[in-house]
Write a protein that binds this ligand. Structure first.
Ligand code: CAA
Length: 283
């Protein structure tokens, strides 16, 4: 299937980044948000991100304008009638996603692929809200979406097997490497990454080492671009906490039980970059 007209529903950090990735690859993108304020915030994300690329000499002003020109913004889901692919990037609440997918199933043409960017919810449960389970798939991007090179392509027992290579090919067209995974909590990346991040919080709480020293140890000792606390702040402590909770629920493995320190920070709404302070931000 030729994916020429795509849509992204939800233009938070991830959704706006995903819309930018599609537009950079030359696809026309419809961005959908609930209201005008959220649309303006989403547009702001894309404008800042592309402006940064212009400032660094990675894009010309003309290319940036062309990217922005390929993105149409709307508050009406009904505008998605002609989309070949819809990627959902709304908050991680199963009921919201199921209700959105039921709506998309009604609005979109029968061949439209409905994809979710969920990092923690079962794609199967989202697909089951539609009458086109074979055309529902996970397309899991990583933060920041314009930079990170991976897309996890998540298929369920209901997904049409022919769809996996089609979506993988699309991911390559976006300049990403696709990895096919099954529908289990955390897929591959979060299943391996979140226990590490959680353990970093446990060690901090135990007083094994200071925050900045743990960050430095993992950057310099392992060659990671960011230490665990800087990365938790980037991901968002609420998102990380949610994913850990899902891993724990599915595996009942104590290693996945979220560190109390993380719970405390999330309760205090110290969520990382998105709220201005998390593990870092009090310096
Ligand atoms: N949006 C767009 N572009 C961005 C960006 C953003 N938010 N942040 C950085 N960039 C771009 C910069 O413009 C720059 O581009 P060029 O090389 O083309 O000039 C490039 O990324 C490098 O940026 P910087 O030089 O400013 O900073 P850096 O070298 O420290 O890189 C980083 C920043 C890319 C975020 C890097 O630190 C990194 O890769 N960190 C790890 C991120 C990571 O692990 N993400 C996965 C999180 S897990 C997840 O997302 C899954 C989930 O479900 C929870």
């Amino acid at each position: 299937m030729a994916f020429e007209m795509v849509a992204v529903v939800g233009l938070g950090t991830m959704g706006a980044g995903i819309a930018e990735v599609f537009a950079r690859a030359g696809l026309r993108v419809i961005g959908v948000e609930a209201d005008a304020d959220a649309l303006a915030t989403g547009r702001g994300h894309v404008e800042r991100s592309t402006q940064r690329a212009v400032d660094r000499g990675r894009l010309s002003g003309g290319e940036r304008d062309a990217i922005l020109g390929r993105i149409t913004l709307t508050t009406s889901r009904e505008d998605l009638r002609e989309a070949d692919l819809v990627v959902e990037a709304i908050p991680e609440v199963l009921d919201y996603k199921r209700s959105l997918f039921a709506d998309l199933d009604r609005i979109c043409k029968p061949e439209t692929v409905l994809a979710t960017n969920t990092s923690s919810l079962p794609v199967t449960a989202i697909a089951a809200a539609t009458g086109r389970q074979g055309r529902v798939i996970g397309m899991h991007f990583f933060n920041p979406a314009p930079v990170m090179g991976l897309v996890e392509v998540v298929s369920t027992v209901l997904t049409d097997p022919a769809l996996v290579p089609e979506i993988s090919e699309l991911a390559r067209r976006l300049g990403k490497t696709p990895v096919a995974v099954g529908d289990r909590a955390g897929f591959v990346v979060n299943r391996l990454l979140l226990p590490y991040l959680n353990q970093a919080a446990v060690l901090l709480e135990q007083g094994l080492a200071r925050r900045d020293d743990i960050d430095a140890a993992m950057r310099l000792g392992v060659g990671l671009p960011m230490g665990p606390f800087a990365l938790l702040d980037l991901i968002g402590l609420d998102t990380a906490y949610e994913v850990m909770g899902v891993l724990f629920d599915e595996t009942r493995d104590r290693r996945h039980a979220p560190a109390p320190l993380l719970r405390e920070l999330v309760s205090a709404r110290l969520l990382g970059r998105k709220s201005g302070r998390g593990f870092h931000g009090d310096e």
